[in-house]
Each structure stands twice: as C-alpha cells, then as structure tokens.
Write a protein that binds this ligand. Structure first.
Ligand code: ADP
Length: 219
C-alpha cells in the first residue's frame, strides 16, 4: 500500500485546535490547506502554512473553488459553532473525502458527527481533561489511553522493583503490566527485557489495562 502519511491535508477552522494541528502537520512535512472565515485569523497564519484561505466552509462552492474535493484527508476543527461544524462535516462527506476527522465538544456533538459519516471523531478537551486528571492525582509523568481499556504510562519505578532484573520481578503475574522501555539518566529510551535492572533515577514506560497500570504506578 502506498505511504499516505505525507498526503496533503485540509484543515478547516483555525481556532486553538485547528491552528496547532495545521502548524504541526506543516512541521512534519505535510502540505496543508488551512481554511477559516475570519480574515484576521488567516492573515495571522499567512506564510506559516503551505496554503491558507479565508472562506466559509459551509459553502460548497467555496470548498470546490479551493480544490477541497481533491484532498484525501480533511480535519474539521470548528467546535463552538455547532451548526457550522455539522454543515462543514456533511459537505466533506458529500465530497467523499477518504478520511475525515472532526473535533467534537460534547458527546451529542460527537454522535451527530459520527452519524453523518465522519470517520474519526475526536474529543480534545475531554480527553486532555481525563489525561491531566491522571497526572494530577498520581505520580505519573504522562498518561495515554491507547484504547478503551488499555493505557501506556510514563512513570518512575516503584522502589520494590529497583535493583532486580525485570525477569525476576513477576510484574506481569502480580500486576498484569509490562515495562516496555526504560530511560536512564544519561540515555534516551531503550527497550526493556528480562535482564533490565532499574535504578531510582530511571523513567519507565509501562503498558497494560488502564486500572492495572494505574494500580502499579501508585506503588
Ligand atoms: P478552539 O476551541 O480550538 O479555539 P473554536 O471552535 O473556538 O475552536 O474555533 C473554531 C474556528 O473555526 C474559529 O477560528 C472560527 O473562525 C472558525 N469557523 C467557524 N465557523 C466557520 C465556517 N463556517 N467556515 C470557516 N471557519 C469557521
């Protein structure tokens, strides 16, 4: 299959989410067409993104004139204006864009986008809130929910697991978690194996079911 990771992307709605997304895609080498109906916003970003246009994304003619039907990937970053978000998403579905992403600001909003045929609905504020809750309430340095019930956590080794090879730690049997990688004070992350011996200064990446990873990182 062809590598489509560098396909051009159209990003509609340049609020905080859409702007960060468009700039990061540009930094990663993707061509980006960014659209917003506020001239002030597009002027501010001019020169930083491959192509930027001031247009109303709920207008099919405007989308066609900008060449949006030729894109295989599109992101709708409009959140606050529900009507604009839904109309824009439905036009992208009508244009049969292969991969449509849209931001939702509530469960109901997400459900509507999903029913319209948006392929990937994301909840940036909700997800970030949940993630920060894990960081605020525990010792974790970072937390990522990979699937409904599976998480990857960056944390420090619990003291009982310092100084012994991981192969002798019984971690999987006792806690159901796996230490995937270790970062020592002087080096970047390397994969952990049964002979890896952790020190207090290490940072570890732990994977497993969300509640098990949480339990382990509270030791
Ligand atoms: P955030 O919370 O990420 O800042 P917002 O929902 O506040 O997101 O911002 C959405 C952006 O989408 C705004 O810059 C707004 O001008 C733009 N926008 C809203 N409606 C349209 C539309 N019909 N066409 C193009 N851009 C739009």
């Amino acid at each position: 299959m062809a590598d489509r990771s560098k396909d051009p992307v159209v990003v509609i709605g340049l609020g905080r989410f859409g702007t960060a997304l468009a700039l990061e895609l540009t930094r990663r080498g993707n061509e980006v067409l960014a659209i917003d109906h506020r001239a002030k916003v597009t002027q501010h970003l001019a020169g930083q993104i491959t192509q930027i246009a001031t247009a109303d994304a709920t207008d099919m003619e405007a989308l066609q004139q900008l060449g949006v039907p030729d894109f295989t990937r599109a992101v709708v970053g409009i959140g606050g204006d529900l009507e604009a978000s839904i109309l824009t998403a439905s036009l992208l579905v009508e244009l049969e864009i292969d991969s449509i992403w849209a931001k939702a600001i509530s469960r109901q909003h997400g459900r509507i986008l999903d029913r319209l045929g948006v392929h990937h609905v994301v909840f940036p504020e909700h997800d970030m809130g949940e993630r920060v809750a894990h960081l605020v309430s525990g010792r974790m340095l970072d937390y990522m929910q990979v699937d409904d019930d599976f998480a990857l956590v960056k944390t420090r080794p619990p003291k009982d697991y310092v100084g012994i090879p991981l192969g002798r730690s019984n971690l999987r049997r006792k806690y159901g978690v796996t230490i995937v990688a270790v970062k020592t004070r002087d080096e970047g992350f390397t994969y952990a194996d049964s002979e890896t011996v952790l020190t207090y200064d290490d940072t570890i990446l732990v994977s497993g079911r969300a509640e098990q990873v949480e339990r382990f990182s509270e030791l």
